[in-house]
Structure formats: structure tokens, C-alpha cells
Design a binder for this molecule. Structure first.
Ligand SMILES: Cc1cc2ncn([C@H]3O[C@H](COP(=O)(O)O)[C@@H](O)[C@H]3O)c2cc1C
Ligand SMILES: O=C(O)c1cccnc1
Length: 341
């Protein structure tokens, strides 16, 4: 199903009028005003609501770790999934703090968890293949991941969904996707990830450069995703597309989540109307990736973690935007004098 653009001149004018009539100098709530307007357009109403926000954290492993492109071993992926289930990760803390539901999805972790309370098992493989040598996924596997993500988004009860991820090596996949989908040089797409040295970053760059040369003929977004992506990235892209189709608000986290959106936006550009960019990550490359999407992030906290942490931290700003529009008095109702010149 196509994603409808949110453009609506009549509603936009109504929202602007409602925002401007609040007891404050014109424009003085800055970015919150733009946010309220966007929420109204997404929800197609002047009465915006934030109900049952949830963050979906997609986890999967990456064959490209065999090239030595991460500062941490692959086992950290499943160990962190255990940590999510035990409530001990940063995303658990921030989601709880902001009354946000959390759902952890095994999209393709290289570990057998067995049936586990709190883990949504959508495992499609024990990780992807090493894209330095062969495509990460077959076309069919990638399509299955997109469809599984869409099915998860269709189950959401709330109207705001944040996206997070866990997968050692996934900044390498995300950088390759960024290069292929924006044309920005690989050197500007790579960063330290979990903390590579300058030498490590250069090696990561060389690995990606060799891989993109190896797969030079791949250009279509779905093929780029299958060749360089991860199962968590593909499942996220599928969930994003379906969530936007269902007119949910999409909260976009850091470098890896934004790379999934790059893919989704290539498939359906109108998805961008539904996206709120939580923050600009410290992963070098994220700023340019956001610029390529014309995105203005809400926060700039120097985060470089992922897991959806930026989404959880930005959620109070969405509440603030909804609350000021719904609860502030107008000049008329509060009998406050309007601007005199
Ligand atoms: C303990 C730990 C917790 C994390 N939580 C998220 N990531 C983040 O780091 C990984 C990407 O970095 P790279 O591409 O360099 O491997 C992803 O799993 C991401 O979510 C973590 C990484 C570690 C080590
Ligand atoms: O921006 C992110 O999401 C990010 C950056 C570094 C490592 N993991 C995640």
C-alpha cells in the first residue's frame, strides 16, 4: 500500500492558527511548534494525542564482523539482548523513565535463546553473510525480513513508534548503505562505531570500499539492502513502511536506524512526512545522512549508542508539543492582550 503524503493546506492553516493563538509571543515555542504542526498533519487532526508509545528494538548479527570492523566481539549482540530482557540496558532505563513500552525482536541473532519471556522471536537466520565476499542476504530473505517488520508494525496498539537496534558490526552495514544510497564518499560515511581507533576506522573504510567495488552493479534500494544490510535493518525498514502507511508517528534514532529509513525513503519518499528525528548521533556520518534526508534532529547530546536511546530521550518533547497545543490558554480565553505592533 502506498504511504499518503500528510500535506493538507486547510488543516495546516488551522493548526498554525491554533498554535499562534496560544498565550505566548508568536513563534516562541520554536521547534515544539513545528513538532505540534507535524503531529497534527500526521494524525490528520487538531486534537493531537500520544497514545501507548513503543520502541521496537531489532537485533541481528552481521557476517562482515569477520573482517574485524568492530571494537567488540559478536557475542555482545546476544549478551546485550539478554541485558535488554533483564532490564539493565540504557534503553530499558530511558524507556521506563518516559513511560514507553519496549519490544525486543530477534531478527537474526547468531545465538539460540530458546523461548524467552519478553523476546519476540522473528529469527530468520543466525546472522547475515559477509558482504565483503557475497551478498549479506538473498533477495527472498530480505523480502521476508521486510514483511516480518511490516507484520510487527501492524500489531502496534499505540500511535507513536520509535526504532532501535542492536547488532555488532551494524555501523559498517549502515555506512555501506549510506554510501550506496546517497553517493557520499565512503570515507565520510564511516565512523568509530563502538570505538575503533583511527587505524581501525581506516580499515573499516577499506573493507567497505572493496565491498562496494565488488558489488558495483547493485543500485536499486531493495538490492542494496539485501547486499549490504542486516536482518535488523531490513526488518526495521519494513516496520517503518507499514507504520507510516498506518499514519503512526515514526521516531528515528541514530546512524543505523536512519540508514534503514534511507532505504525505506527510497522505496516510498512520503514516509519522511511521518518521521521525527530524535537526535544527531556522534557517529561521524550521521549529520550528513540526516542532511541527505533534509532532516532536522531534535537533540544533539553526543550520543553514539543506538538501541533506540535517542527516541526514548526525545519522547518528552513530543508530549510537550501535544500538551501545549491541547492545554495552553488562548489570548481570548485567558484575556491576555495581543501584540500591539
Ligand atoms: C556493550 C554495547 C552495547 C551496545 N548497545 C548498542 N550498541 C551499538 O553498537 C553496535 C554498533 O557498533 P559497531 O558497528 O562498532 O559494532 C550496535 O550493536 C549498536 O546498537 C552497543 C555496543 C556495545 C559494545
Ligand atoms: O548512532 C548510532 O545509533 C550508533 C552509533 C555508534 C554505535 N552504535 C550506534
Amino acid at each position: 500500500m502506498p504511504i499518503s503524503p500528510t500535506h493538507n493546506d486547510t488543516l495546516a492553516a488551522e493548526l498554525d492558527r491554533a498554535i499562534n493563538n496560544k498565550t505566548k509571543p508568536l513563534g516562541s515555542l520554536g521547534t515544539l511548534e513545528a513538532l505540534a504542526r507535524q503531529l497534527g498533519l500526521i494524525q490528520n487532526t487538531r486534537d493531537i494525542t500520544i497514545t501507548k508509545p513503543a520502541i521496537l528494538v531489532f537485533a541481528a548479527d552481521h557476517g562482515v564482523v569477520a573482517e574485524g570492523i568492530s571494537a567488540y566481539p559478536q557475542d555482545v549482540t546476544w549478551q546485550m539482548v539478554e541485558n535488554f530482557l533483564a532490564g539493565g540496558a540504557a534503553i530499558n532505563v530511558f524507556a521506563k523513565q518516559n513511560d514507553c513500552a519496549l519490544r525486543v525482536i530477534d531478527a537474526g541473532v547468531n545465538h539460540d535463546f530458546g523461548p524467552r519471556h519478553g523476546l519476540t522471536d522473528r529469527k530468520l537466520a543466525h546472522g547475515t553473510r559477509n558482504f565483503a565476499q557475497e551478498p549479506a542476504m538473498s533477495h527472498d530473505l530480505c523480502q521476508t525480513a521486510l514483511a516480518a517488520g511490516a507484520a510487527l508494525a501492524a500489531e502496534l496498539e499505540g500511535n507513536v513508534v520509535g526504532f532501535g537496534e542492536m547488532g555488532i558490526g551494524n555501523t559498517t552495514a549502515a555506512a555501506a548503505l549510506m554510501h550506496k544510497l546517497t553517493g557520499i564518499a565512503v570515507a565520510q560515511c564511516v565512523g568509530a562505531g563502538t570505538g575503533l581507533s583511527a587505524e581501525g576506522i581506516l580499515h573499516k573504510q577499506r573493507v567497505i570500499e572493496a565491498a562496494v567495488a565488488h558489488h558495483a552493479s547493485v543500485t536499486e534500494a531493495g538490492d542494496v539492502l539485501a547486499t549490504f544490510g542486516g536482518l535488523e535493518i531490513a526488518m526495521m525498514a519494513g516496520a517503518m513502511l507499514k507504520a507510516a502507511e498506518l499514519r503512526k508517528v515514526l521516531l528515528i534514532d541514530g546512524f543505523i536506524v536512519t540508514s534503514a529509513l534511507l532505504v525505506a525513503a527510497r522505496m516510498q519518499p512520503s514516509i519522511l512526512d511521518y518521521c521525527i528525528f530524535a537526535h544527531c548521533s556522534n557517529e561521524s556520518g550521521h549529520q550528513q545522512m540526516l542532511a541527505a534526508l533534509g532532516a532536522k534532529p531534535l537533540l544533539n547530546l553526543g550520543l553514539r549508542l543506538g538501541e533506540g536511546t535517542g527516541c526514548a530521550l526525545a519522547l518528552p518533547l513530543l508530549h510537550a508539543a501535544a500538551n501545549f497545543l491541547n492545554q495552553m490558554a488562548t489570548f481570548e480565553s485567558a484575556q491576555v492582550s495581543e501584540k500591539s505592533e
